[in-house]
Design a protein around this ligand. Structure first.
Ligand code: G4P
Ligand code: MG
Length: 170
């Protein structure tokens, strides 16, 4: 599969552009919910511009019998995030919208906790047939950049960041 490398510099600018689009839309989140682990760093950069607290959630790919599953099965709520979401305006952040299954699952889980409003933002959306949908309750969906169906290589996965940046420049 074709790969595309992004530098921290590019990620930062894309996250800034997302924050600006959120603000321009009039949506003022109370809280940023980051989907781990890919959403952690984008959420932190967005926080620089929006100045809202971050709650982190993880997704588990296992069933009730601890068997691995292909689809997300459980949201791991960190720091009792659940109790803090009721009545809040949430900006959900992840790094990539690929099959959309994680994103849909996470949005539906969040909606169970009665937020006032949900917006979702990703750095990159892949232009491809999706297995999941963005539920209609989501008032705003922002993709920092639309990409063809390739493999995105993020700088936080790099073991050698200089080598990563060289590949990104090519
Ligand atoms: P989606 O709803 O966001 O489309 O997620 P999907 O379930 O399709 O993705 C499953 C996992 O694959 C996710 O990571 C997602 O970040 C990762 N992924 C999909 N496409 C790419 C890509 O092009 N590049 C990279 N680097 N990752 C991709 P996860 O299992 O939640 O783990 P984490 O890496 O976020 O911790
Ligand atoms: Mg992810």
């Amino acid at each position: 599969m074709q790969k595309r490398y992004f530098t921290y510099q590019e990620i930062h600018k894309t996250a800034k552009a997302i924050a600006e689009r959120v603000t321009a839309s009039g949506f003022i989140p109370d809280v940023i919910v980051a989907i781990g682990s890919g959403g952690f760093i984008p959420a932190r950069i967005i926080r620089t511009y929006l100045g809202k607290p971050i709650l982190a959630v993880g997704i588990a790919y296992y069933d009730a019998n601890d068997k691995p599953t292909e689809f997300p099965r459980k949201v791991q709520w960190i720091e009792e995030a659940e109790r803090k979401l009721s009545g809040k305006k949430i900006l959900l952040v992840d790094e990539v919208d690929d099959s959309r299954t994680t994103l849909e699952y996470c949005i539906r889980e969040l909606m169970n906790h009665h937020p006032a409003e949900i917006a979702a933002a990703v750095l990159h959306n892949k232009d491809k047939p999706k297995r999941g949908v963005i539920p209609p309750e989501v008032s705003l969906y922002i993709a920092g950049e639309d990409l063809p169906d390739l493999w995105v290589v993020y700088p936080w996965d790099a073991e050698d960041i200089d080598e990563h940046d060289r590949k990104a420049r090519q």
